[in-house]
Write a protein of this length. Structure first.
Length: 264
């Protein structure tokens, strides 16, 4: 079935890329930089696929993969396949991050020595929070896993997510891990709006059948909250580029002033 072919491709393509990178980049730092960038960019898609292979649905008293209904979850071959998937998840989501974390921890007093190879993990954060990217990876892992394994149980999924993001929000406003204060504000604001949106979306879903005022009120709050966040985001972007925008406007003014006497 297609799912097994896709699993082979998803697992072996990164291995082939790593082999090619090892041949191209003889320098260990450049090689590790490529590996860590590949890991961060590939992490969400790989995680989503691996979790989807563990999600079975009961159809006519038989269990099938939710996203691949032609694959039965009751065969011996599938159970061997599931064991391989779990081993792969342990390697990708535990062993590799531990390997990266150990390297950073061993060099935490002199992070500049490993910045070239592991910069994608630490460049945005203050030195004492060199491990913060691993917190975000764990949050992404939980978000993807819950979304797949509890996609038919909205209440459980929403309550767990809200609880975890509340903890993350409290940690963020206390730690302020980013070098840039604007990034600290953006991270805490986006988390806060996500918590509010998730809570009111849950209220909306729970009251979907009754069509009462609470459902429409909840949807209105979600819409309002996201509009406020979007406006704040656009305002911050404009303020960041304000000096360049003003300089460009001034340059255009000067060119127009120079052209005016020539036309006269």
């Amino acid at each position: 079935p297609y799912v097994y072919l896709r699993f082979i491709a998803i697992i072996f393509i990164p291995i082939i890329v790593v082999i090619i990178l090892s041949l191209v980049f003889r320098d260990e730092r450049r090689f590790m930089s490529s590996i860590t960038c590949l890991y961060i960019s590939y992490f969400p898609d790989l995680t989503q696929f691996l979790f989807s292979t563990l999600d079975c649905r009961k159809v006519d008293n038989h269990e099938y993969l939710a996203n691949y209904l032609e694959v039965s979850c009751e065969t011996a071959f599938f159970w061997y396949f599931r064991i391989i998937v779990i081993i792969g998840m342990l390697a990708i989501h535990i062993l590799l991050p531990l390997r990266f974390y150990r390297t950073l921890r061993n060099n935490r007093e002199s992070l500049d020595m490993v910045r070239r190879g592991y910069g994608i993990f630490i460049n945005d954060y203050r030195d004492e929070y060199y491990w913060w990217e691993f917190v975000k990876l764990a949050l992404k892992l939980m978000l993807i896993g819950l979304n797949i394994l509890y996609k038919r149980d909205t209440r459980t999924k929403a309550l767990i997510l809200v609880g975890c993001f509340v903890i993350y929000y409290l940690l963020t406003i206390r730690a302020k891990p980013y070098y840039d204060p604007n990034l600290n504000k953006l991270d805490s604001s986006s988390t806060k709006f996500f918590i509010i949106s998730s809570y009111f979306l849950l209220l909306s879903v729970e009251n979907a059948k009754s069509q009462n005022v609470l459902r429409y009120f909840s949807l209105g709050v979600v819409l309002l909250v996201n509009m406020i966040f979007l406006i704040q985001l656009i305002y911050k972007i404009i303020m960041c580029y304000k000096p360049k925008i003003l300089a460009l406007v001034e340059l255009i003014k000067q060119k127009l002033i120079k052209k005016k006497p020539e036309n006269e």
